[in-house]
Design a protein. Structure first.
Length: 215
């Protein structure tokens, strides 16, 4: 499970089908009408929305750009579903939005079967997603710089509570687990980063330049 919406964690090679993006993904959009989901190779949200709302872009606001009653931002992407032709929305969760049950449910189901829970860079203080650390049957292993309300759970489950940098923590953990194979995975990161960077909107480009060749 990830609470990051930037999709950066997929550089690990873990497919979208194996990872619950509980706060959404900037590369995923869905159809509220029929439920079909689309994992894109480019950034899915409508980046022009906030500029239109702030009056930084001239002309009338495109019809698909509308303020969300929950968070005040826009979730409509301007594209339509291939199956039912319904308008598509991005999946990024902002303050005021509810979490998607179809994403949160698998996270809880897998957590309930886990032999251990590893929490990285989270204070584990915001529900309901923070409850996944309570339901696993094994130890809780947490790495975050500040104290959290789940620190006692690390102790009571026989886990580990690390204070420090998550990258450093994971480097030593994966090196210990994978041994020489970790070097091969690490060597693949440069190519993965290049692909990821190519899929993100370039600064100064208009939205149409980004999407027209992809959709």
């Amino acid at each position: 499970m990830s609470q990051n919406a930037d999709g950066l964690h997929h550089l690990s090679g873990i497919p979208y089908s194996k990872l619950s993006d509980v706060h959404g993904s900037a590369f995923t959009e869905y159809c509220p009408s029929c439920g079909k989901r689309y994992v894109r190779q480019t950034y899915a949200p409508e980046d022009r929305a906030e500029d239109y709302f702030a009056g930084r872009l001239p002309g009338p606001i495109p019809e698909h750009i509308k303020r969300c009653e929950g968070c005040g931002s826009n979730h409509w992407t301007g594209r339509r579903c291939d199956d039912c032709d319904g308008p598509l929305k991005d999946t990024v969760i902002s303050f005021g939005d509810g979490l998607e049950e179809c994403v949160l449910r698998p996270a809880f189901e897998h957590a309930a079967q886990a032999d251990a829970c590893l929490s990285l860079g989270s204070t584990m203080s915001i529900g309901p997603s923070n409850q996944v650390v309570r339901i696993q049957k094994g130890p809780l292993i947490a790495c975050v710089r500040q104290d959290t309300e789940m620190d006692r759970l690390c102790i009571s489950t026989g886990g580990v509570r690390a204070y420090g940098d998550c990258d450093e923590f994971m480097y030593h953990l994966m090196l210990g687990l994978l041994g020489d194979a970790f070097g091969d995975w690490e060597a693949s990161l440069a190519a993965k980063r290049a692909v990821y960077d190519a899929q993100r909107p370039a600064a100064g480009k208009k939205r149409g330049d980004i999407f027209v060749k992809k959709f």
